[in-house]
Ligand binder design. Structure first.
Ligand code: NAG
Ligand code: NAG
Ligand code: NAG
Ligand code: NAG
Ligand code: NAG
Ligand code: NAG
Ligand code: NAG
Ligand code: NAG
Length: 316
């Protein structure tokens, strides 16, 4: 049975419709101006050509005319096509991050990871323009100069990692601003930042929602604040390799969520038997306790014998 003229034309129409659909690619998701900003960002850095094994030049896949939402390290909002995440960790990027860098025009960024690259930060950066950031990771990227003071404006930050850089000594006032304005912080890592001018007591003004605080090798001087117990949600506390003195405050017994506590290499820290007893008795979730090179002269050598958890470094 042959096709009637009507059904034939319907068939042809369907065929035509189908072929137009499959020959044209979907419109790019990426907003055009975002694409331009990213390409300008790419052009402002060189790629270091002697990679380590764990490094990979993500920006090499960034090509004009292709959809930036599919570029390596880029995350977009699927509704708007705006760039909300940039993960460029270990991407062999080399150069200076100037305040006029197009990176600072990506106002919709929520997560930015520039860790493990080779940047120099210009004195005036514009991180304050990225006020939507919830996660900022600038760790181990050879940043020098002052810790960018505009970071104190990023009041939505939940996670801030500035560890492993060569920042100039952090002023007490700058730290206090960061501490007081970032009320949503859950993770803070400033390890290897020089905090010798910061009074340890200012740690008490940190957000009480903090779950991880890492201040390893920061040159902190003086006593551990006596009301650290306020930071009730702490799970990871690393104060190792500083110059903290005195004992471990009794109110550590309130840090009942602690999983890991590192106080090692504070050679003038001298825990009393009562403090250690409270840690052992009350911190039932503790799995790691580092007390290497702490002054244990007040404590009987067998008092840590009954620990049920893993001690990463013994004081003796
Ligand atoms: C950004 O600023 C630096 C230093 O002031 C300058 O060398 C560079 O040309 C500027 N770049 C653009 C795109 O304006
Ligand atoms: C933050 O992101 C929202 C939603 O993407 C946007 O409407 C707003 O303009 C952004 N804020 C700034 C300061 O750009
Ligand atoms: C920041 O990046 C480094 C290196 O990529 C990673 O080891 C670290 O866990 C990150 N920090 C946070 C707070 O996620
Ligand atoms: C705290 O953040 C707000 C914006 O969220 C800003 O206006 C204010 O200047 C910041 N304070 C400091 C001390 O940076
Ligand atoms: C903590 O913050 C309060 C105000 O919120 C301030 O008066 C006090 O000096 C701060 N403490 C430290 C040790 O910085
Ligand atoms: C550490 O603190 C002690 C006691 O306050 C002091 O004598 C010593 O010089 C400090 N060490 C360093 C390296 O700052
Ligand atoms: C710590 O443990 C002791 C003995 O088990 C208990 O009496 C005390 O209330 C506990 N403290 C806290 C803050 O949980
Ligand atoms: C360790 O546990 C044993 C048996 O439960 C007990 O006899 C001993 O007193 C405990 N030692 C210390 C230092 O708490």
């Amino acid at each position: 049975m042959g096709l009637s003229p009507l059904s034939l034309s319907f068939f042809l129409f369907l065929f035509h419709f189908h072929s137009t659909l499959s020959s044209s690619s979907p419109p790019p998701l990426c907003a055009h101006h975002q694409s331009l900003s990213l390409l300008q960002f790419k052009q402002s850095f060189s790629i270091l050509t002697t990679p380590r094994e764990d490094q990979y030049p993500k920006t090499e896949s960034w090509k004009e005319g292709t959809d930036c939402c599919f570029w390596d390290g880029v995350t977009c909002d699927l509704q708007t096509g705006l760039v909300t995440g940039l993960d460029l960790s270990s991407s062999m990027l080399y150069g200076t991050l100037h305040s006029n860098n197009s990176l600072f025009s990506l106002h919709h960024l929520r997560k930015l990871d520039l860790s493990s690259n080779y940047f120099t930060l210009h004195m005036s950066s514009r991180f304050d323009q990225l006020s939507n950031l919830t996660h900022l990771n600038l760790s181990s990227s050879q940043f020098e100069g002052q810790v960018p003071s505009e970071i104190a404006h990023l009041s939505k930050l939940v996670s801030l990692d500035l560890s492993g850089n060569s920042f100039a000594s952090l002023e007490s006032i700058s730290f206090d601003k960061i501490v007081r304005n970032l009320t949503k912080l859950r993770e803070l890592d400033l390890s290897y930042a020089d905090m010798s001018l910061v009074v340890p007591d200012s740690l008490m003004n940190l957000s009480s929602s903090l779950s991880s605080l890492r201040l390893n090798n920061c040159g902190l001087q003086g006593k551990i604040p006596s009301s650290m117990g306020k930071l009730k949600h702490l799970r990871y506390l690393d104060l190792g390799w500083n110059n903290l003195t005195g004992s471990i405050p009794y109110d550590f017994e309130q840090l009942t969520e602690l999983v890991s506590l590192d106080l090692s290499r504070n050679t003038h820290l001298s825990p009393e038997p009562v403090s250690l007893y409270k840690i052992v008795q009350n911190l039932t979730k503790l799995r790691e306790l580092a007390l290497g090179y702490v002054d244990m002269s007040l404590v009987a050598p067998n008092s840590l014998m009954n620990l049920s958890f893993f001690v990463i470094s013994f004081p003796w």
